[in-house]
Design a protein around this ligand. Structure first.
Ligand code: KG4
Ligand code: ZN
Length: 353
């Protein structure tokens, strides 16, 4: 039997500093994540300058920890995989610099990995290989996109958000409802004991066969529900509450709004994933990105997979959020294909279609 291939992954595209060592693209030997959530929480969102600075402070320790936690030393690392797109430019650059330095010092080749493609690979970590073709729905704080996958490295973008990402909508609505940051887990928890039919929020972009998403109108609908429609006569719309401002809602009413918002997002995501699966003849449905931790979305996707006779691949919770194991895991497939990057590899902050 041949020796396993050990890839060290580095992830710094947003607000988590991550490093991981993965064997043969599947077995996660170590996975270190330094989260910055506390630093950004008081601003209600990610502040790019604070994120880059925190990555600089954390990156060396995170790499050292990932190596220490894994049974392999730096001398056994076969390649360094790094996220070079998409993400915050300052944040991406920190990981890229660290990866290039490690590649140079350890004489290991460099591999460029797209963060969103890596989310679509996350269900294969510490688990069985994914069966292709697959339809993947990747929802995070920065992205909401549907892909057709022929293999871990062959992806076709089918649709994406035209404004806010799903996770961003969760975060903004949680801020409107004063449920805290990050908003996704807070809304998920609040919605557990609440009525998802309490408010009939819009389900955007469902007409026609579009596979694009739009969540900014839904976010505004929640804002108007809470604060009233600017210039509207009080109580004129049957949906509009007679109250104004979040303080005038009881905790149960706030939870009901959260549950109704979540139900609208999950409906849209489920219907579009269904369209994508039918269009592509997918054998497998994949969920990825931070929002794939959402309990309502996970169960809706499970029902959809049953209906379509597909298998559903969900990442383990630790691999739903940003992490470097998914970068190292997907990096292995580029390693096998001989797709290496030069040391002048650039960061690409925006999504490449
Ligand atoms: O993938 P991720 O860690 O970072 C980005 O690449 O953006 O995703 C973070 C996003 C945040 O917007 C967070 O609110 C959302 O994922 N999120 C959730 C849940 N857990 C995290 N959204 C809905 N329900 C959850 N349980
Ligand atoms: Zn992500």
């Amino acid at each position: 039997m041949s020796e396993p291939v050990y890839i060290l992954g580095i992830e710094t595209s947003c607000d988590e500093t991550g490093c991981a060592v993965v064997a043969d693209g599947r077995e996660v030997l170590s996975n270190t994540v330094a989260t910055q959530i506390d630093l950004h929480a008081r601003f209600g969102g990610i502040v790019p300058e604070i994120a880059s600075r925190a990555h600089i402070e954390a990156i060396n320790t995170v790499i050292e920890t990932a190596l220490r936690d894994s049974p392999v030393g730096s001398g056994q690392i076969d390649a360094i995989a790094v996220t070079n797109e998409p993400g915050l430019i300052g944040s991406l650059l920190v990981g890229l610099m660290a990866a290039k330095t490690a590649a140079l010092v350890w004489s290991a080749p460099l591999i460029a990995v797209n963060h969103i493609y890596a989310h679509a690979y996350a269900p294969a970590l510490n688990d069985d290989p994914i069966e292709y073709p697959a339809a993947a729905l990747i929802c995070s704080g920065g992205h909401t996109a549907l892909y057709r996958l022929e293999s871990p490295t062959e992806l076709e973008l089918l649709g994406a958000t035209i404004d806010d990402a799903a996770g961003e909508a969760f975060d903004k609505v949680a801020s409107i409802l004063r449920l805290g940051y990050p908003g996704g887990p807070a809304i998920d928890a609040a919605a557990r004991h609440a009525d998802p039919r309490a408010v009939d929020f819009p389900r955007p972009l469902l007409k026609g066969e579009s596979l694009d998403f739009s969540f900014s109108g839904l976010k505004t609908a929640v804002l108007y529900h809470v604060n009233g429609v600017p210039g509207a006569i009080r109580g004129a719309r049957s949906q509009a509450p007679s109250k104004r401002g979040i303080e005038s809602f009881s905790p149960q009413e706030v939870a009901d709004i959260a549950a109704s918002f979540q139900a609208a997002v999950v409906d849209v995501l489920r219907i579009k994933l269904r369209r994508a699966a039918k269009l592509t003849g997918a054998k497998t449905l994949i969920l990825g990105g931070g929002v794939s931790a959402n309990s309502a979305l996970r169960s809706a996707a499970g029902e959809l997979a049953d209906e379509l006779h597909c298998s559903l691949r969900l990442p383990q919770l630790q691999f739903c959020l940003d992490n470097a194991a998914m970068i190292a895991g997907l990096g292995y497939h580029y390693f096998r294909a001989g797709r290496f990057a030069d040391l002048d590899l650039e960061a690409r902050p925006t999504v490449r279609r």
